[in-house]
Design a protein around this ligand. Structure first.
Ligand code: DI6
Ligand code: FE
Length: 388
């Protein structure tokens, strides 16, 4: 894919010149500049090449699982009822507090491997299951360590404002001021934070509480993003846009006012069909309005033990098309160029000169096949930083 106006920006019989971790030149092989002619060459067998995929919203580091809660929901309990009964996010918090950094890494790696097997080269990982200083830092250290264990770039988001922990029940303001914000400062001082996230929802935090966290982020020079309008409309996306947020995520209940605010701020709309599917939501994100106002759309797995126990970005693409009527081309942009934008990455998400040589090589003939198949992985090869 490139910026060319052809569908998907495909180039027939292309050549890609890499230098170290970067792409130096891309174009039709017949137009390869003479200075590259004697370079060692590797044939990709005429296969279709896309940028390495980017999963821009995950909670992939966590303790335990929530299979029992899945059973409860099948017996009729709603996600919010489970959360209010002490299950949900708070139950993953207990399991995460009990896990060492090594245990967190070990349990995350098989999930990470499932993503990499489908050509993922960049992975965002959030904290938010610690909700105390020590465990939030431990989650972020585990997230950073993933990139030492596997050839993948990890981008971290501090999600201290994810849920109110039991010890602060009915005192969300105290949690924000006494734990969340001081923990953000400590995590930032340790270089563990690339962006600051929050969950703006009746079962989590209200806009004025999120705003205090965002003020602290802004003071530290960190970009923000927000879980907004997932289960109701509290105006979270508009709030996030007022801070120039990188992205507003979920956004099922987003209204046109919020869409316009996002368009003006350049905030990416991240849709998460895995959570929509798992929770059997019926309210769909306003894809037409996002299109109409030119808001870039990204997609992600939202890989987490409760609302989206999903480790397939290809399945996410399929769901975005089937459930939300996105086009396969939008889905591909959603896990490449627009996902990079949602993470504030300027060197990822495109096959172009000056970008990172993170590539996915596919055994397919048409790019729509990536979103079309269900549960089939056509990855032929994965190249990370120029290395296969
Ligand atoms: N929304 C989500 O989809 C995840 N977090 C959030 O704020 C769910 C997290 C969980 O249920 O464990
Ligand atoms: Fe999430």
């Amino acid at each position: 894919m490139s910026d060319s106006p052809t569908p998907y920006g495909l180039i027939e019989d292309a050549a890609i010149v890499t230098k170290g971790e970067m792409i130096e030149w891309v174009g039709p092989a017949a137009e390869l500049p003479s200075q590259y002619e004697d370079m060692p060459r590797e044939s990709l067998g005429g296969q279709l090449v896309t940028p390495g995929l980017i999963d821009c919203h995950t909670h992939i580091v966590h303790g335990g699982d929530r299979a029992v809660e899945f059973e409860m929901r099948l017996k009729g309990a709603s996600y919010e009822e489970v959360a209010r009964a002490g299950g949900g996010i708070v139950s993953t918090v207990s399991a995460t507090r009990d896990a060492s950094v090594d245990a967190l890494i070990a349990s995350a790696l098989p999930r990470v491997d499932a993503l990499l097997a489908e050509g993922v080269s960049v992975l965002e990982i959030k904290s938010g299951y610690g909700l105390d200083l020590e465990t939030e830092l431990r989650m972020l250290r585990a997230a950073r360590a993933i990139a030492q264990h596997r050839p993948v770039r990890v981008v971290t988001s501090f999600l201290g404002a994810h849920a109110v922990p039991g010890e602060f029940k009915d005192r969300p303001d105290a949690y924000i001021d006494e734990i969340c914000i001081p923990t953000l400062r400590a995590a930032h001082a340790e270089g563990l934070v690339d962006a600051v996230d929050g969950f703006c929802e009746g079962i989590a935090f209200l806009p004025d509480q999120i705003a205090r966290v965002f003020d602290a982020a802004t003071e530290l020079g960190l970009p923000v993003k927000l879980h907004a309008e997932q289960l109701s409309n509290l105006g979270g996306a508009k709030l996030a846009a007022s801070y120039g947020a990188l992205s507003a995520d979920h956004i099922e209940y987003l209204d046109e006012d919020g869409v316009i605010a996002m368009a003006e701020a350049g905030t990416v709309g991240v849709v998460l069909p895995g959570a929509f599917y798992t929770l059997r939501e019926t309210q769909k994100p306003p894809i037409d309005a996002l299109r109409k106002h030119g808001v870039p759309m990204a997609l992600a797995t939202d890989c987490n033990p409760g609302s989206s126990p999903m480790t397939s970005l290809l399945l996410t693409m399929n769901m975005a098309c089937t459930l939300f009527r996105m086009t396969p081309e939008e889905a591909l942009q959603g896990v490449t160029r627009n996902a990079a934008k949602a993470l504030g990455l300027t060197e990822s998400g495109e096959v172009a000169s000056g970008k990172r040589a993170d590539l996915a090589v596919w055994d397919i003939t048409h790019p729509a096949e990536l979103a079309y198949r269900i549960g089939f992985n056509p990855l032929h090869a994965r190249i990370f930083g120029g290395q296969s």
